[in-house]
Design a protein around this ligand. Structure first.
Ligand code: GLN
Length: 453
């Protein structure tokens, strides 16, 4: 049963929502022992919500178990963005996306595992003292990141479920691909970022993951919309959803031969005719441009975590600098520290013109390159990731730069704020393969149209 059928039955009182919720919690507690998809399971909140909904079952998400990436605030539930520095932080408010979902009857079952603050593509950069989630198809492999917990539980759940996740540079598409589920990253601004523990504010987008594209669509319909608490959020009319002309991105085919063949075959089997289009600027510069902008923004966004206001508590040191240093040294993981240093360097007086400002200009050129392509095509297609889900022992041998290069296919649409969706197109060596569809701004309808059900 999928989420749509489930909520229909729940509204008709054909499901005992409280009993169902209790079973779901038991189920995820069991899964979590070996797979570590949740940083926190919000059992009490879930049962309290279930009891309330059972009395008057209504709403688009009536009684549906919903998991939420740890960086998205849920009132009263520990929300750490996967970082030790936020251990113990219980927000006194809900993120707007979460609030909207709860208003429609969602039951929040827990906060899912992620790379610390979203810094990674494999969910192996977990914070100090956090567990690493494992791929549902092979426990020795990664889930993909940074929303790895969301993707893993979405695949493994034997109950109807949707996850609310987040992407800065590919964090929904990548784990969706490695775990064999569907993931939608909407146009920048379509979903309010209020209550999101930010990574890079000009890039962060809240979206959804589910087993099917239609379930992603259901959740997006609930969480989107203008929010007075986020000045960059916007109400957008749904545009034309007809997909008439499709192109495959030429440079994106320079991947593992098997993955390439599967993408082209998936299009053929759906009877979709395509052209090949070249996006040379994006292929060459998107990655370096992304890592300069993302780390620059991250380095300022993380400045507020200094061991005073939120989360982990420290005894006061005699000077502010000593206190700040002690808290941050103890609580940030290696990758978070690396990104703070990288980003601070790129913004520094003397280097700003050469790095940060130049990257901002390149970003505009990349947006223009996509816009040019969308003047001819309704959808652009590529593999989601250049590889299958790597083994954890292989990942430990990669240099940071080699890890960053794995994002070469997903950072483009993220930099341009374009909606994109990863769907499963089958398996290679028993591991899932994802195909990514990208559309013009606010053309999410075309993605769903093309993804099918
Ligand atoms: N892998 C990319 C990064 O490390 C994207 C992560 C994300 O979207 N949060 O920045």
């Amino acid at each position: 049963m999928n989420a749509i059928e489930f909520t229909e039955m729940a509204r008709k009182k054909e499901i005992d929502i409280v009993e169902h919720t209790c079973q779901v919690i038991e189920n995820i507690e069991k899964i979590n022992k070996n797979y570590h998809y949740f940083n926190t399971i919000s059992k009490e909140l879930a049962i309290e919500q279930a009891k309330k909904i059972a009395k008057s079952p209504k709403g688009t998400l009536c009684g549906l178990p919903v998991s939420v990436k740890d960086c998205i605030c849920v009132k009263g539930v520990e929300s750490t963005a996967g970082s030790k520095i936020l251990k113990g932080y219980r927000p006194v408010f809900n993120a707007t996306a979460v609030e909207n979902a709860i208003k429609e009857g969602a039951i929040i079952i827990g906060k899912t595992s992620q790379d610390e603050f979203g810094f990674g593509s494999f969910n192996v950069n977990v914070g100090v003292d956090f567990e690493m989630p494992r791929n549902p198809f092979d426990i020795e492999r990664c889930t993909g990141g940074s929303s790895g917990g969301s993707a893993g539980v979405t695949q493994m759940a034997n109950f109807p479920h949707i996850s609310i996740a987040e992407s800065t540079g590919g964090s929904i598409a990548c784990p969706a691909s490695f775990c064999g589920v569907a993931g939608i990253t909407p146009t920048y601004g379509l979903v309010s970022r209020y209550g999101l523990i930010d990574y890079a504010s000009s890039l962060d987008k809240i979206g959804a993951m589910a087993k099917t594209a239609s379930e992603c669509r259901l959740m997006l319909g609930v969480i989107k919309g203008k929010d007075p608490k986020d000045a960059t959020s916007i109400d957008a009319k749904e545009g034309d959803s007809a997909v008439k002309k499709v192109a495959v991105i030429k440079e994106a085919l320079e991947v593992d031969e098997k993955i390439k063949d599967m993408v082209l075959k998936a299009l053929d089997s759906k009877g979709i005719k395509y052209d090949i289009v070249s996006l040379p600027l994006t292929a060459k510069y998107a990655n370096s441009c992304y890592y300069i902008l993302a780390t620059s923004e991250a380095s300022t966004n993380l400045a507020k975590f200094c061991g005073f206001k939120y989360g982990a508590e420290f005894s006061l040191e005699d000077s502010y600098n000593a206190h700040f240093t002690k808290a941050r040294s103890a609580c940030f993981g290696k990758e978070a520290k690396r990104r703070i240093i990288l980003g601070t360097f790129a913004r520094m007086a003397g280097f700003r013109d050469a790095f940060y400002l130049k990257a901002a200009k390149v970003r505009t050129m990349i947006i223009n390159e996509y816009k040019q392509a969308f003047s001819q095509y309704d959808a652009l297609v590529s593999p989601t990731m250049p590889v299958l889900a790597p083994r954890l022992d292989e990942l430990s041998k990669l240099t940071p730069l080699q890890s960053y290069m794995m994002d070469v296919l997903t950072v483009g649409p993220n930099l341009a704020g374009l909606p994109h969706m990863s769907i499963n197109i089958g398996f290679s060596n028993r591991l899932p393969v994802g195909m990514m569809i990208t559309a013009d701004h606010f053309c999410e309808g075309k993605l769903f149209e093309m993804a099918g059900h």
